[in-house]
Design a protein around this ligand. Structure first.
Ligand code: LLP
Length: 488
C-alpha cells in the first residue's frame, strides 16, 4: 500500500504538496531536511580550453577554467547534486526513476555562453527539442535565451514560456503549412530548407498577411565526425539546400518581395561535435556565401551556425571545447562581416544539468554476463539503445565494504534486448534498492522518452538556488493513459 506523506514541513520540497510514497521493503532513511549542515569537500572539475589536433593555428590560448559541476561524488562516497545527497532525494520523492536537475547548473551553462558572446551581437537560441520542460524553458527565457523550434507545438510552448518570438527560429525539413502560418503571424525567423518549403513559407506569409524573415539553411558539406544519426551538415543529409542551388533560392526570394525578406544564412552540422575547427570551417564557408548573397543586393545581417557542441559524456576529464572556444573560433569572421550571430545550442546548455535517478531491482548473471537490473529503462532514456551512446553511470552511495567489484550491463525491465543503459560497466555489486544514476540526462532523454511497456514518463525535479527541491513536472500515470480512450 502506498503511504501518504505530507512534505510541507520539509525544506526539501518547496511546494506544499502531498505525495504518495511507494512502499519499499528495504531499509531506508526517513524523510530528512536536506539542507546540509556540514560542508563537504566537493571536487570541482577542471576543463581546459580545447587544443585542436587538426589545426592548432585556429585555437585559443590554453587556459584553465574552473568548472563547477552540480553532480559530485564526495569523499564520503555519496553523490551530491549541488549540496544535497541524491540518496536522500531519491528516498523522499514519490517514485523512481525520476529526473533530477540542478537549476543553478542551467544558469551557469547559459552564463558560459553569454560570457563567450560578449562583444558580439547575438541570439542564443535554445534548441527546445533537447528538453521541453516548461519550467526549464521559463528559466532559460528569463536568462535571456531565444528558442529554436522544429514544430508548431514547440512554437506554442515557446510562446507559453514567454519567449520573444522575434528571437525564435523555426527549423525543419518538413515544416507544415499551419505551423508556418503561426510562425509568420508571430514574427519568428524561418529557415528555408527546400524548394517546397520556400513555396509553403510564401503561402504562409500570404495567409498571415505578413512578410516572413527567412534564412537559407545551406548544407555546407562539412563532415562533423559524429555518429551518422546525428550528422546533418554533410552532402547526404536530408536537411538544408544544396549549396549549388543557392542561386535558384536567391532568385526565388527576389521573386517574392511581398512575402519574404532574406535576413541571413544558417547551417547546422550535427550534434556531439568535439572539435571546434569543424565550426570554424563551416563558418568560413558560410561567410563566403553571405558575401555572395550580399553582392546581389540582399541586406543580410544574420549568420546562424546552428548547435552541436558536444559534452564530456565519458567523464574522463577529456579536454573538450567550451562555449568560449566555439565562439572564439568564429568571432573574427563574424566581426569582419558585421554580422549578428545566432547559435542554437541544446545539449551543451542542458545535458549535464541532470541525472536519471533509478533504483536497483536486482542483480543477476547468465553465466557469462552480469546484469544490474534497474527500474529505469530505454523508455526513459533511449540514447544508449538508439545510438549506442555512452552515458556515465554510478551508484549514489558507497557500496558495502564486502561488495565485489564486477563488470555489469546495466539494463531495464523493458521487454527488448536493446533495453540497456550501459554496457560493461565496472561497479561494486549494488544491494537491492541501491540508487544508481545515469548522468548527462538533461538533453534528448526526457524529450525522447516513450511509454513503451506502459512505463509512464517519470516526474522531474530540480534543486533550486536555495537548496530546496521542487517538482517541475508530474510523472505520468496509468490514469493519464486511460484518459485517451474516454468517451470513444
Ligand atoms: N539546431 C538544429 C537545426 C538541430 O537540428 C539541432 C539538433 C540543434 C540545433 C541542437 O543541437 P545540440 O546543440 O543539442 O547538439 N537525439 C540526438 C540529438 C539529435 C539532435 C538533432 N538536432 C541525441 O540524443 O544525441
Amino acid at each position: 500500500m502506498a503511504a501518504a506523506t505530507n512534505f510541507s514541513h520539509s525544506p526539501l520540497i518547496s511546494k506544499t504538496r502531498t505525495y504518495s510514497l511507494n512502499h519499499y521493503p528495504f531499509p531506508k532513511n526517513t524523510i530528512l531536511p536536506f539542507k546540509l549542515s556540514k560542508s563537504y569537500s566537493l571536487k570541482p572539475l577542471s576543463l581546459k580550453a580545447v587544443i585542436s589536433q587538426q589545426n592548432p593555428a585556429t585555437t585559443t590560448t590554453q587556459e584553465t577554467t574552473q568548472f563547477k559541476h552540480c553532480f559530485t561524488k564526495s569523499q564520503d562516497g555519496f553523490l551530491y547534486c549541488e549540496n544535497l545527497k541524491v540518496q536522500e532525494i531519491m528516498e523522499s520523492v514519490e517514485r523512481r526513476p525520476f529526473y533530477l536537475y540542478s537549476k543553478p547548473q542551467i544558469t551557469r551553462n547559459v552564463e558560459a555562453y553569454k560570457d563567450a558572446l560578449e562583444g558580439l551581437s547575438s541570439i542564443i537560441g535554445y534548441a527546445i527539442k533537447a528538453n521541453n520542460n516548461l519550467k526549464i524553458l521559463e528559466h532559460l527565457r528569463g536568462l535571456g535565451c531565444g528558442a529554436v523550434l522544429v514544430s508548431g507545438n514547440e512554437l506554442r510552448l515557446a510562446l507559453r514560456a514567454g519567449f520573444d518570438p522575434t528571437r525564435c527560429i523555426f527549423n525543419g525539413n518538413g515544416k507544415l503549412l499551419d505551423d508556418l502560418v503561426l510562425a509568420a503571424q508571430e514574427g519568428v525567423f524561418v529557415n528555408v530548407d527546400s524548394e517546397f518549403d520556400l513555396e509553403n513559407i510564401v503561402a504562409a506569409a500570404r495567409i498571415a498577411g505578413k512578410k516572413v524573415n527567412v534564412l537559407l539553411r545551406i548544407n555546407p558539406d562539412v563532415d562533423p565526425q559524429v555518429h551518422p544519426y546525428v550528422a546533418t551538415g554533410n552532402k547526404n543529409s536530408k536537411f538544408g539546400i544544396r549549396n549549388e542551388k543557392l542561386q535558384w533560392f536567391l532568385d526565388a526570394v527576389k521573386a517574392h518581395p511581398n512575402e519574404l525578406k532574406l535576413v541571413g544564412a544558417h547551417c547546422h552540422l550535427g550534434s556531439t561535435i568535439t572539435k571546434v575547427d569543424i565550426f570554424r570551417d563551416a563558418a568560413a564557408l558560410m561567410v563566403n556565401y553571405i558575401d555572395e548573397i550580399r553582392s546581389q543586393g540582399f541586406e543580410v545581417d544574420y549568420l546562424n551556425i546552428g548547435g552541436g557542441l558536444g559534452i564530456d559524456y565519458y567523464h574522463s576529464g577529456a579536454i573538450l571545447p567550451t562555449p568560449r572556444d566555439l565562439i572564439d573560433t568564429v568571432r573574427e569572421l563574424v566581426l569582419s562581416r558585421n554580422l549578428n550571430l545566432i547559435i542554437e545550442p541544446g545539449r551543451s546548455l542542458i545535458a549535464n544539468t541532470c541525472c536519471l535517478v533509478n533504483r536497483v531491482t536486482g542483480v543477476k548473471t547468465n553465466g557469462t554476463k552480469n546484469f544490474v537490473v534497474i527500474d529505469g529503462s530505454m523508455a526513459e532514456l533511449i540514447r544508449p539503445s538508439l545510438y549506442d551512446a555512452y552515458q556515465h553511470i554510478e551508484l549514489v552511495s558507497p557500496a558495502s565494504p564486502d561488495a565485489e567489484v564486477s563488470t555489469f550491463d546495466v539494463v531495464g525491465p523493458v521487454c527488448e534486448s536493446a533495453d540497456f543503459l550501459g554496457k560493461d560497466r565496472e561497479l561494486s555489486t549494488p544491494a537491492k534498492g541501491a540508487g544508481l544514476v545515469v548522468h548527462d540526462a538533461g538533453a534528448y532523454c526526457m524529450s525522447m522518452a516513450s511509454t513503451y511497456n506502459l512505463k509512464m514518463r517519470p516526474p522531474e525535479y530540480w534543486v533550486e538556488e536555495d537548496g530546496s527541491v521542487s517538482k517541475i513536472r508530474h510523472g505520468e500515470t496509468f490514469e493519464d493513459h486511460i484518459r485517451f480512450f474516454e468517451g470513444l
